[in-house]
Design a protein around this ligand. Structure first.
Ligand SMILES: CC(C)(COP(=O)(O)OP(=O)(O)OC[C@H]1O[C@@H](n2cnc3c(N)ncnc32)[C@H](O)[C@@H]1OP(=O)(O)O)[C@@H](O)C(=O)NCCC(=O)NCCS
Length: 173
């Protein structure tokens, strides 16, 4: 059983550490460098252990952005439980949008978001160089993602909430 709760100050160090494998705690999103510790988050808990987190911010009254999402154990519904909980937590209604950035190397993440009804709004080829520059990294040579593919592109995804999302989602979690 996966439970989702709002993160408290006590969760901040854990989220910062857990975010390291996805490039945190400083993350570039929507062409801005943000510190995930400055933003609200949801935490997934199973058997009294933290097993995932979702960091978000409001971009406009009807747009919420997912800054970071991570499941510590894959394919058991943690990511879905976090994403499905978000609309109710932020008071998002039908027609509201959820947006986020991902990269071209993350085939698994792209499949996950597509399964959740997201579609590509902008595929920015070569934009990962901007991410590295904003983070102050001078990289000599290609950056290879976990799946063995070179990270080059930033892909903006968007989902427009439908009635079923607002009522709490249809996923198993
Ligand atoms: C993307 C992420 C949040 C998904 O979370 P998750 O808890 O594993 O996903 P769920 O169990 O909720 O998956 C729901 C559905 O999404 C799809 N999905 C999720 N991960 C997938 C993958 N790797 N490949 C294909 N489809 C996937 C499937 O349809 C899945 O349903 P199923 O397992 O019944 O087939 C998780 O993989 C993650 O934390 N990623 C961040 C880190 C990352 O991307 N790292 C890559 C480099 S190491």
């Amino acid at each position: 059983m996966i439970e989702i709760r709002d993160a408290s100050k006590n969760d901040t160090p854990w989220i910062a550490t857990a975010s390291e494998s996805i490039g945190g705690p400083l993350i570039v999103t929507n062409s801005q460098l943000v510190d995930i510790s400055d933003h609200p988050a949801l935490v997934a808990v199973a058997n009294a252990e933290r097993v995932g987190f979702l960091v978000y911010r409001s971009l406009a009254p009807d747009i919420v952005e997912v800054i970071a999402l991570k499941a510590l154990h894959r394919r058991i519904g943690i990511g879905s439980a976090l994403l499905n909980a978000l609309p109710a937590r932020v008071g998002a209604d039908t027609g509201h949008r959820i947006e986020l950035d991902t990269t071209n190397d993350s085939a698994g993440a792209l499949a996950f978001y597509k399964q959740h009804g997201f579609s590509v709004v902008k595929h920015r080829r070569g934009a990962f160089a901007e991410v590295l520059a904003l983070k102050g990294y001078a990289v000599d040579g290609p950056v290879i993602g976990c799946g063995g593919r070179e990270i080059t592109d930033v892909i903006r995804l968007r989902k427009i909430l439908a009635d079923i999302d607002v009522r709490g989602g249809s996923d198993r979690a």
